[in-house]
Design a protein. Structure first.
Length: 562
């Protein structure tokens, strides 16, 4: 794959300049507020002052004669109409997702428009994710008031990608009324045959042990970024306060290498509370579950992510059965993998598989307010100065815990007469909805200022695919204070530990690597050697849509088991 193609697919640029660019149409000489007949009102109102009265020319107000002040083909109807046209419908519809490629765009207006005079590539624009305006042909059906844009045959269409249709205020109806500037958005279809990945995400879906604030538990419910029915993140805080129902949601994503699955789960919260100065709106904590494919499918590790002020933590928990931590690597063999041996391999703690993944599901512990993504099984304190993810058996007994799990149905949380629920009985779970990151967030990564704020430049590790200088959103918008950074979407997750440990193996990563290239991140962090084939720990992807890789029906290693 050429790097330029990848860059065109994921580069995010500021769109304001694009929308304001383009030369305006030539002045038609028509002011929609005043009918201009081309004569001087101070002269004889019945005659054109440029024509001598004795030449016998017709009166300009003679209804039987054409008006010489307006070209016959100007397309303006001299009628009493002050209502501007608007978009009545479009195909693809505004906010549509899963649009098949190649696409053709149809925009139907509320009334006839002056197509020939006011619609062209400067007033009807189509942009891809990189901000490039698509070339194509514009046609008009006068019976249905529909303008059709057919992209040029040379157009490259991108999957899971947002597109914008910008209609400027220079488009007019037959009376010369200008429409309001309008932007339509839609996103293209995902890669095909993803059902198997959704089944995997369900199979290893986490059980969330969510600590909640008894006084105001709604800020601790993992929910959808559009829980309120719109994709405007700036009103989330206000709408949460007014909500009577909240759907519990966990976002998921799957990338497959030749040897492993990387299942990513994200938990979105409307508000992060960590003291007055660290309170901000819209954040996502989460986890990466790593599943070994061969010889028998099994989970081997979970990497948990959360942000805290300027720090970002990625805590790693692995199974004894994985063999990732070797006894005696840092100290003499003593049968204890949780001494300095785990630190040598960049691991926070080692557990038996049955403890870390009871029933095949990682049990997450998520703190109240700060939403630190931790392991419910870890009840020790690794470092005396570490107050993140602090948990012990005594503390467990004092917490108000809501248990969330994927059950196949969604238990919508409701505000009752006594308020919002603050705990569940032991063993009782609230069913959450699983929603794909790619369909929900990635296809909307151009929503700057309403869903995301600021961008970062992704730089692929040396020797890894992905190219450099790709621009991606780095933050969600902050509802509390727009000047303060909000939480990070998964593709912007990084690793900047809250507590430094001189014995812990730490590897610096460029922002974006953890999500876009998870095999590289995992291998580098845990001192694994990447392989190219289907043995060991492969760095070759069968499916990674963010790097535009899909070899599932092409590479023999991706189609069959060894």
């Amino acid at each position: 794959m050429r790097i330029t193609a990848w860059l065109a697919a994921i580069v995010l640029v500021a769109t304001t300049a694009c929308e304001d660019s383009g030369s305006p149409l030539a002045d038609t000489g028509f002011d929609p507020g005043v009918l201009d007949f081309g004569y001087d009102p101070g002269s004889d109102p019945g005659m054109d002052p440029g024509i001598e009265p004795d030449e016998g020319q017709p009166d300009l107000f003679d209804p039987g004669q054409p008006d010489p002040g307006i070209e016959e083909d100007a397309g303006i109807d001299l009628i009493d109409d002050t209502t501007p046209p608007f978009v009545a419908s479009s195909d693809p519809a505004h906010e549509a997702t899963g649009v098949a490629t190649p696409f053709v765009i149809h925009v139907t207006f509320s009334e006839p428009i002056r197509f020939e005079a006011t619609v062209d590539k400067t007033t009807f624009r189509v942009y891809d994710i990189s901000g490039v305006q698509l070339s194509g042909e514009l046609t008009y059906d006068a019976e249905t008031y529909t303008v059709t844009f057919t992209p040029a045959a040379s157009t490259t269409f991108y999957r899971a990608s947002p597109y914008r249709v910008v209609l400027t205020e220079l488009i007019q109806d037959r009376a010369g009324n200008r429409m309001e500037r309008t932007t339509l958005r839609f996103a293209t279809e995902l890669f095909p045959n993803l059902d198997r990945y959704e089944v995997l995400a369900q199979k290893y879906s986490p059980v969330l042990m969510q600590s909640v604030n008894k006084t105001n538990p709604i800020w601790d419910y993992p929910t959808a970024a559009d829980f309120d029915g719109d994709w405007d993140g700036l009103n989330n805080d206000d709408n949460m306060k007014k909500a009577t129902e909240i759907p519990p949601v966990v976002y998921f994503d799957v990338v497959e290498s030749k040897t492993h699955y990387f299942l990513r789960y994200a938990y979105f919260y409307v508000r992060h509370t960590e003291g007055v100065e660290l309170t901000f709106g819209n954040e996502a904590a989460g986890a990466i579950v790593v599943v070994e494919k061969y010889p028998t499918e099994r989970p081997i590790a979970v990497e948990t992510y959360f942000g805290a002020a300027s720090k970002e933590d990625l805590r790693s928990f692995v199974t004894q059965e994985s063999g990732m931590v070797t006894d005696g690597a840092a100290e003499g063999p003593n049968g204890n993998l949780n001494d300095r041996d785990r630190k040598y391999f960049g691991v926070n703690w080692v557990f038996p598989q049955a403890t870390l993944f009871p029933g095949g599901h990682y049990q997450a512990y998520l703190t109240s307010g700060t939403h630190q993504s931790c392991a419910w099984a870890q009840t020790n304190k690794e470092a005396t100065l570490d107050y993140r993810c602090e948990l012990n058996e005594g503390l467990k007994n004092t917490l108000s815990i809501m248990q969330f799990a994927f059950t196949g149905y969604v238990d919508v949380l409701q505000r009752g007469a006594t308020g919002w629920p603050v705990s569940t009985a032991p063993g009782q779970v609230v069913g959450y909805d699983l929603r794909p990151v790619m369909d929900q967030w990635w296809t909307r990564r151009d929503r700057m200022e309403t869903l995301f704020s600021s961008t970062f430049t992704y730089e692929a590790p040396q020797g890894r695919m992905g190219g450099n200088s790709a621009r991606l959103p780095t933050r969600f918008v902050n509802t509390m204070d727009e000047a303060t950074p909000g939480g990070r979407p998964p593709w912007a997750w990084g690793w900047n530990p809250t507590v430094p440990d001189p014995d812990f193996y730490y590897k610096s990563f460029n922002q974006g690597v953890v999500f876009l290239d998870p095999a590289y991140y995992f291998a580098q962090r845990h001192r694994l050697t990447l392989t190219a084939g289907n043995t060991g720990f492969s760095g070759t992807y069968c499916y990674n849509p963010y790097l535009l890789v899909d070899q599932r029906d092409k590479d023999i290693d991706c189609k069959t088991n060894p």
